[in-house]
Design a protein around this ligand. Structure first.
Ligand code: ZN
Length: 704
């Protein structure tokens, strides 16, 4: 109990204008899930968070195309995403969404203001494409026009597809709105930028310490980007759909910073010193703004308060929001806070507790059952509140709010204080990000840069009272193709998860093959022939066969397995256990599974060589050893195929959910007795060609 770690696992936030395909599963959700299950098995406190990334122009545009509001559009896609990950048994503790979370808005705002206080935020003016008819700025790729180099008529604002040159929308001849065809002009606009140059050295120092922890790919991509030089990145956009820029707080903070420099002795001096002070902070002051200030001063002089209330340098940000790249990663943090706040009042807990049973309720502990899982909760009871101190097993925090609500109801209390809160995870814990490789620099430079700059501002507030933790590791995976070429929804090329969940094949079978495909070093490809082979030859012929032979042999000859166990067999199991754990710990999820394949093959060889059928009477220790071998193997398999692993343990009438329990069996096998509870049936079924051709028709067509 004492060495439990606090572990945060995150999967890349899917953008909410699309349905996921298998490439998304193998690139983040599935490896993150295997890792989270592994960490829970280790006995650590794990919170596994994810959610849909719902802001930004592409959502706005997609909504307009479909004649929907962004709000309705993201509701629709959130529903699809959530259903898919639930079907795949991705064990998210909180799968949330950026646009519907008040906490996310608040946390984004606070982080931004802390960054501004640290001096890493600057302001710049630029000329960006603007559509006067629809009165809106357009992102580069939504502008088309004639390429100045090759004359191609439909070049996009960021790149010409014909000659391949990278473009700026300013280069295009006769630029148009790509969707409506309306003409586009260039218009001046101001934006806030995160100046990464100011923290480059801090980032370098941190990354260089990660040389042995990061994979070669993660490390080399990060270092080469650092060496190429980081620049400023804009963090605001001229759209409405997003987290609003807190322009009033921003002005208040700015006034605090410059107040002593303003000379109030005359109108002229005030205007001059105020504007100079703003410029010193790296802010852009246009002649129009100066004129505006002048007229406000004329109207209100000498009422200083009134002037500073009416004049706000950041007024133009009223209609701007944060750029989606900025608020999205903050979701990892805000979704954890959403789940594990410091306090809960009974009014906030909208959880359904109809299936929660309180088995026992004492002065300082309670036993609670949800579904098949029993939780032991330790708490401190006082007149006004209940303080949650510990929970065992420390897994599936998705049940946490339910447990708190049930306890509060039973104790007739209104407030629960929470000792296992988000701070433990984000200030003392280990953070692991699972992403596609294109997202590596983002998670090793920009995101840690955001955390570092927020930490630079040392003043505490009621959310951030100590520095946040930087990522422990960032696991970036290569790409998955489909039958050898790139997955494409528009070309109907791939396996699409919204249709896949209608297939008659159990999710564990998909998880098994997809985990095998997780591209650790280089791209892999989904191949139907290989899918059938991996299921039929490995899952059924090797793993299933080994399982059935041993269970069946034990059932027919002994039923109960007590007494001595073959220590040689157990020693082999221990070695495999260690090496699989070691691989998973380092993000090598596919290699871990392949090691289990070896373990299963080895088990079949051991059984074959030992020939227990020739002398069943004297083979009980061997079969008991082999059963423990299976128990070890299914402990590992439970990260990959959770449902069927539980089925295996059901034959034995046990539930093994913690490494601690497994270790006891492996250390003192003679002291544990096992019983085969019911006649074993084969756990897995082969896939036949007919079923596959039927399924193939279904899953290769996206529904939406
Ligand atoms: Zn061109």
């Amino acid at each position: 109990m004492t060495n439990r770690k606090f572990v945060v696992v995150t999967a890349a936030l899917p953008y909410s204008n699309n349905v996921p395909h298998i490439g998304h599963m193998v690139g983040s959700h599935l490896p993150a899930d295997v890792f989270a299950r592994y960490q829970r098995f280790k006995g650590n406190f794990v919170v596994f968070v994810g959610g849909t990334d719902e802001h930004g122009t592409p959502i706005e545009v997609e909504a307009i195309k479909n004649n929907l509001t962004p709000d309705k559009l993201t509701d629709f896609y959130y529903g699809i995403h959530k259903k898919i990950y639930e079907w795949f048994d991705i064990s998210y503790d909180n799968f949330s969404r950026t646009s519907k979370s008040k906490i996310h808005y608040e946390v984004t705002k606070r982080i931004f203001l802390r960054m501004y206080q640290s001096g890493v935020i600057i302001e710049k003016e630029d000329e960006l494409p603007f559509d006067p008819k629809n009165n809106r700025f357009l992102p580069d790729r939504y502008v088309t026009g004639k390429c100045p180099y090759c004359g191609y008529e439909k070049a996009k604002g960021d790149q010409c597809e014909n000659c391949g040159r990278l473009l700026d929308p300013k280069d295009l001849i006769d630029p148009k709105n790509a969707i409506t065809g309306d003409p586009v002009i260039l218009k001046k606009t101001r934006h806030l930028y995160f100046d990464l140059r100011k923290i480059t050295e801090k980032l370098r120092e941190w990354i260089e310490k990660k040389v042995n922890e990061f994979s070669n790919l993660t490390y080399s991509m990060s270092v080469s980007m650092l060496n190429a030089g980081l620049r400023e990145r804009s963090i605001t956009r001229d759209i409405k759909w997003g987290v609003p820029v807190p322009y009033q707080e921003l002005w208040r903070i700015t006034l605090d910073k410059i107040f002593n420099k303003i000379d109030f002795s005359s109108k002229e001096k005030m205007i001059y010193t105020l504007i100079e002070s703003l410029k010193e902070l790296g802010l852009v002051v246009e002649p129009e703004e100066e004129a505006n200030l002048r007229s406000i001063v004329e109207r209100n002089w000498p009422k200083i308060d009134k002037i500073l209330e009416e004049f706000n340098h950041f007024d133009v940000y009223k209609d701007k929001v944060f750029y989606v790249w900025f608020d999205a990663p903050i979701g990892y943090l805000s979704f954890t806070i959403e789940l594990l706040k410091d306090n809960f009042t009974i009014e906030e807990l909208e959880e359904d507790i109809s299936n929660v049973k309180i088995l026992s309720l004492g002065e300082s502990s309670a036993e609670i059952e949800i579904g098949e899982i029993k939780f032991r909760v330790t708490f401190k009871d006082s007149l006004e509140s209940l303080e949650i101190i510990d929970i065992d097993p420390p897994y599936y925090f998705k049940y946490y709010k339910k447990i708190i609500k049930a306890l509060l109801n039973a104790k007739q209390k209104r407030i629960a204080k929470n000792n296992i809160n988000w701070r433990k995870f984000w200030t003392e814990g280990e953070i692991y990000h699972f992403i596609g490789k294109d997202n590596i620099p983002f998670h090793t430079l920009f995101w840690p840069g955001i955390i570092m700059s927020s930490n630079l501002y040392e003043k505490e507030d009621n959310i951030f009272d100590r520095p946040l933790t930087l990522p422990k590791n960032v696991f970036g995976y290569a790409y998955l193709t489909y039958e050898g070429s790139k997955i494409s929804k528009s070309q109907r090329w791939g396996v699409f998860c919204d249709s896949l969940i209608d297939s008659e094949i159990h999710p564990d079978y998909w998880r098994f093959y997809l985990a095998y495909l997780i591209p650790e070093n280089k791209d892999t490809s989904f191949l139907w022939d290989e899918f059938v082979q991996i299921i039929n030859r490995v899952l059924v012929d090797s793993i299933g066969n080994l399982t059935h032979r041993i269970l069946k042999f034990a059932w027919s000859n002994y039923k109960k397995l007590d007494g001595k166990a073959d220590t040689q067999v157990i020693a082999i199991a221990k070695d495999y256990y260690k090496s699989v754990c070691n691989l998973i710990e380092n993000g090598k999820i596919s290699s871990g599974l392949k090691k289990i394949f070896e373990m299963s093959d080895k088990g079949n060889v051991l059984f074959q060589e030992n020939k227990p059928w020739e002398d069943p009477k004297n083979k009980k220790p061997f079969i008991k050893g082999m059963l423990i071998y299976l128990i070890t193997m299914y402990s590992l398999l439970s990260f990959y195929i959770p449902f069927h692993s539980m089925e295996f343990f059901r034959f034995l009438g046990i539930r093994l959910t913690r490494e601690e329990e497994l270790e006891k069996i492996l250390e003192k096998p003679d002291e544990y007795n096992f019983e085969i509870k019911e006649e074993p049936k084969p756990l897995f079924k082969k896939l036949d060609v007919e079923l596959i051709s039927k399924i193939r028709e279904i899953v290769t067509k996206p529904k939406y």
